[in-house]
Ligand binder design. Structure first.
Ligand code: G3P
Ligand code: CA
Length: 347
């Protein structure tokens, strides 16, 4: 009798706790495909491979070889960081100063800690933005990287299109508070290049993904997405070009400023932006909350198979990665060409 009582007690506990756990878990996490419908509605691919600073594992970040390599192996979008020179030229550059990825110390001694925006375009053209990569990564070094220039924003735009692949462009306004009016300037550059023209039809690649609708790259209104950590700048972008896609980037500083992740979601809703949280915020309960408000979840910057598996299981939609080649492979999408082949001309 005692044993039967014990078994009954255990069964009762199991019968009560298992559904409670199952319900709690289902309330916390979303299914890996919970963003699929949202993506389709917005004209975005559900899982996309976004080349962070170009194919920055294989070539110096934010240079033309990095952009072209990612384009030619088949990345969906090229991510860049845009800043402005002292004389008003838009350039692709990430850091506040030039010392990590150029030879500024050698060419302009004493100015190595000066902000990028204190240099004229002509001055920047004296810098080598490629040799640092050869020194930092001898196993991936190529003689042709030496002497590469920091590209103008317009050169980056052009690098997204070729007869091999047409990428979307994901443009980060880096520290826009340093560059008043940069929002309009970026939009003007895109407009001048025809990228904001509704009738603009670059070479179109129609891709059939098994079980999915065909996706026409280069025709989607989402071929340009603008992103920034700076909410004020995002508001300006909305007022200037409401129809162009926006993404609110989020890191720990944003959370410090706005207090909670939920507040960030509110801001994204208010601004009609998608959401781009830093990797450690891609918890399933956050992904769920983002999807609940009909937002696409971009995650950055994750580079390993383990994280690809984990975060796609959690339901993230777009992956901003230095290893967009690996992520494409993870998705079962064959590379159009190998980085090795594409980069041969820099040997
Ligand atoms: O695309 C988002 C990501 O690029 C933000 O961080 O520092 O690489 O510009 P960061
Ligand atoms: Ca960036």
């Amino acid at each position: 009798v005692k044993i039967i009582k014990r078994i009954l007690a255990v069964l009762t506990v199991v019968i009560i706790t298992v559904p409670v756990i199952a319900i709690s878990v289902s309330l916390l996490i979303s299914s890996p495909n919970s963003g699929k419908e949202i993506a389709e509605k917005k004209g975005l691919k559900h899982r996309m491979a976004i080349a962070h600073r170009g194919a920055s594992y294989y070539a110096p970040e934010l240079t033309i070889p990095a952009f072209e390599t990612a384009r030619d192996y088949g990345a969906d979008y090229l991510e860049t960081d845009v800043q402005r020179t002292k004389d008003g030229v838009l350039i692709n550059y990430h850091d506040d100063d030039l010392k990590r990825t150029t030879n500024v110390e050698e060419i302009f001694p004493g100015r190595e800690n000066d902000p990028v925006g204190s240099f004229t375009y002509a001055e920047l053209m004296k810098l080598d933005a490629g040799s640092w990569f050869n020194e930092a990564h001898p196993e991936r070094a190529r003689p042709g990287f030496a002497g590469l220039k920091i590209p103008r924003f317009e050169e980056y735009i052009d690098s997204a299109l070729s007869d091999k692949n047409n990428c979307g462009i994901l443009i980060e306004l880096k520290k826009p508070e340093y560059y008043p009016g940069i929002e309009k300037q970026i939009l003007d550059a895109l407009r001048n290049k025809g990228w904001l023209d509704k009738k603009y039809k670059p070479v179109v690649k129609v891709e059939k993904i098994t079980g999915d609708l065909p996706v026409q790259w280069g025709l989607s209104k989402q071929r340009v997405i603008l992103q920034t950590f700076d909410y004020e700048s995002l508001k300006i972008l909305k007022s200037l070009a409401p129809e162009i896609g926006r993404n609110l980037l989020i890191d720990d500083k944003s959370i410090k400023q706005y207090k909670t992740f939920e507040k960030m979601i509110e801001l994204a809703v208010e601004n009609e932006s998608e959401m781009g949280p830093w990797g450690y915020m891609a918890w399933p309960w956050f992904v769920r909350k983002v999807h609940k408000t009909d937002k696409y979840f971009f995650v950055w910057t994750i580079d390993t198979g383990l994280y690809f598996r984990l975060f796609t299981f959690f339901g993230v939609d777009g992956v901003i990665t230095n290893r967009s080649d690996k992520f494409l492979e993870f998705l079962g999408r064959e590379l159009s060409d190998t980085p090795e082949n594409i980069l041969k001309k820099y040997n």
